[in-house]
Design a protein around this ligand. Structure first.
Ligand code: ADP
Ligand code: VHF
Length: 285
């Protein structure tokens, strides 16, 4: 079966953008030219009648640059302060750019608590569906300013790869696209192993494939690495969502993927009958 063909029929798409795809590596500041392309790509998906959700990293990186940090801070409270400044800047710029294309964006900040608490999860689901029914593009990020590992319960998703898969499963998205700083999944980290080979399509996630995903060595701002992207693939595909990991160096890849072109690594969604999102979250995270 040509799984790429069916990507053309997708109606509800979640796109996750990593920090390294949104910022200049030298300064950590937002790459405004790339943001323009991203907003045009997502706005055009909306114009095609698709529901679009953006999960955008970058709050900590943008806040750190604005506050004069030379590197992404390691101390939790400094990261939280950077996120508070950076998230506000990110949303301001997204609102302005989407407005120029006559599109409306909204903000949804989540923690793991949003998902494991039944009332919060239902509220989040209702908000997403209401915004999408109004033609709004929800922009999602982890609420880094309040959720840290140091708090009593493990409240943080920790990475937006996993968060984007949880959002896709929550709202019944039929496609999840993770834009990263690499072309897709390789048999090993190509930044450390030049023999690593690109993988075009994954029909079944087994331990051999899961062990290929290592940490992040491609950029100074990345959090998740490939390991979290494979966790995301486990959640998304079990919920029946197709997932693609593609290179965020060129945001035009978004429409190439949606038009069924060979771009990135495709993980084929196969809904597991016994799939229950909260069990997955409790077990995997
Ligand atoms: N098997 C693998 N295939 C591809 N990339 C891998 C693999 N294992 C580890 N990586 C690393 O994961 C990085 C992408 O994750 P990350 O640094 O979090 O970037 P982003 O935040 O842009 O998604 C790649 O740059 C690469 O160094
Ligand atoms: N919530 C954090 C991003 C965490 C994250 O997953 O970052 P990345 O690996 O760049 O997608 C932030 O906005 O800085």
């Amino acid at each position: 079966m040509n799984y790429r063909e069916r990507l053309k029929e997708k109606k509800r798409v979640v796109i996750k953008i990593g920090s390294s795809s949104l910022t200049h590596p030298q300064t950590g500041r937002l790459n405004l030219r790339k943001l323009e392309v991203l907003v045009r790509e997502l706005g055009d998906l909306r114009s095609q009648g698709k529901d679009v959700v953006l999960v955008s990293s970058g709050a900590i990186a943008v806040g750190a640059a604005a506050l004069g940090f030379k590197e992404k801070p390691q101390e939790s409270r400094q990261k939280q302060a950077c996120a508070a400044v950076g998230q506000a800047r990110l949303m301001m710029i997204y609102q302005k750019l989407f407005g120029e294309y006559n599109q409306m964006a909204g903000q949804i900040l989540m923690t793991k608590n949003t998902m494991v608490n039944n009332a919060n999860r239902k509220n989040a689901e209702n908000t997403f569906n209401e915004l999408l029914s109004m033609g709004v593009i929800p922009i999602v990020n982890e609420n880094d300013s309040i959720s840290t590992y140091e708090l009593q319960s493990l409240e943080k998703f920790g990475d937006n790869d996993t968060l984007s898969a949880v959002v896709a499963a929550l709202i019944g998205a039929d496609l999840l696209i993770l834009m990263s700083d690499i072309d897709g999944l390789f048999t090993d980290d190509p930044n450390t192993n030049p023999e690593a080979e690109f993988i075009d399509t994954v029909e079944q996630l087994d331990d051999k494939l899961l062990n290929m995903g290592k940490g992040s060595t491609g950029s100074k701002v990345g959090t998740g690495g490939m390991a979290t992207k494979l966790t995301a693939a486990r959640i998304a595909t079990a919920a029946g969502t197709d997932m693609v990991i593609a290179n965020g160096g060129d945001f035009h890849n978004i429409h190439r993927i949606v038009e069924g072109d060979k771009c990135g690594t495709l993980f084929v969604g196969k809904k597991q009958e016994e799939f229950y999102l909260i069990d997955y979250i409790e077990k995997l995270l």
